[in-house]
Write a protein that binds this ligand. Structure first.
Ligand code: KG4
Length: 338
């Protein structure tokens, strides 16, 4: 099986060709970051126009593809920004009809959650922490079609918290990588920040109180080099601690319910954070679980994970395929299918 995949849900336009033996034959991702950088976030209308232009450019690579070898065309149909979803899904539909190749609409969140299996021998069921710009959730991945959310954020996502705090520090968008860079060598204990919901014995997250406290601390201090370094380190450490506490609650819950897992993985943009990976790896090893880190190219939005998700579906063949009436859905939930 060989799948041509398209991703266009936010501010990355990406095309990939993925094989069922897990080889990624082609992956090109063009980020629109420079257009949104000074505006502090993604402007949906601008993002949609960028997807249109970039797909035109990436379309040149598509012309060289031998379609007789392509088993299916997969595209993100949601969740995400509706403009980008319309552009990518329409592009895929048109290609599917003109080349007479099956179309597979993909739920972007499920693709993130299945992405560790593209690079690791990770068996179902496993626990996965999804930490991106739009989501923070702990999900039991039972198989390629069954996802049980054990906890999720009740307000902001971890990525959003990184981005807003970075904006307060006068950094660019996206804020996560900039904070991670500033935090190198900083004192993680210097600033005591709140850990909302940490004492609640559940798997839900809250980041809005941490965000507000962090922004207040920024307002009350001079942005010296030392402050930026120590504050970034303390903030990053606090986010990591909150995630750790909730992962532990989740592992306890699974044990209580007699659900046996051997593997843990992390996916989404924030999963690119090296400090977070180091801390979580330590934690997971104390629980005798295998830790699976996904490479940077698979953490942030990319079409390889969309192609891989389609291959996982095709292996089971139990879902309805090739339905040209399927519409993009900006708010589709983690467990829902097209
Ligand atoms: O998964 P993603 O590319 O987009 C979606 O939300 O779908 O995630 C983007 C988020 C942004 O909030 C960005 O600040 C965060 O991932 N991020 C990071 C790092 N790299 C990206 N956060 C912390 N540390 C990083 N190194």
């Amino acid at each position: 099986m060989k799948v041509l995949a398209i991703e266009s849900s936010c501010d990355d336009t990406s095309i990939a060709i993925v094989n069922d033996d897990k080889t990624v034959e082609f992956l090109e991702t063009i980020n629109h970051r420079k257009f949104h950088k000074d505006l502090g976030g993604v402007i949906p209308e601008m993002a949609a126009r960028q997807h249109l232009e970039i797909l035109d450019i990436l379309g040149k690579s598509i012309k060289k593809i031998n379609f007789s070898k392509i088993s299916a065309i997969a595209a993100t149909f949601g969740p995400g920004l509706i403009g980008g979803l319309i552009v990518g899904s329409s592009f895929a539909k048109g290609l599917s009809i003109s080349k007479n190749v099956e179309l597979i609409p993909i739920n972007h969140l499920q693709a993130h959650l299945l992405s560790p299996r593209l690079v690791s021998e990770i068996k179902f069921p496993y626990l996965c922490l999804l930490v991106s710009g739009g989501n923070t959730a702990l999900v039991l991945v039972k198989n390629s079609k069954s996802f049980i959310t054990l906890g999720s954020t009740i307000d902001d996502s971890a990525g959003e918290c990184f981005d807003k705090v970075a904006k307060g520090l006068g950094l660019g968008y996206p804020g996560g990588p900039e904070i991670e860079h500033l935090a190198l060598g900083g004192n993680i204990e210097k600033f005591k920040l709140p850990m909302p919901l940490a004492k609640k014995n559940n798997c839900d997250f809250s980041f809005s109180g941490l965000k507000t406290a962090a922004l207040n601390t920024i307002k009350n201090n001079k942005k010296t080099k030392l402050f930026l370094r120590d504050f970034s380190a303390s903030f990053q450490h606090t986010v990591s601690k909150v995630l750790e506490i909730k992962i532990l609650n989740c592992i306890k819950l699974l044990q209580k319910e007699n659900i046996k897992i051997n593997d843990f993985s992390i996916c989404g943009g924030v999963a690119a954070n090296k400090y977070l990976n180091t801390e979580l790896q330590k934690l997971i090893s104390t629980k005798k679980l295998n830790y699976h880190q996904v490479p940077l190219s698979l953490c942030t939005d990319n079409a390889a994970m969309i192609g891989w998700n389609a291959i996982e579906y095709m292996k089971t063949r139990k879902i309805k395929l090739n339905n040209y009436n399927v519409r993009p859905s900006p708010n589709i939930l983690i467990h829902e299918h097209f």
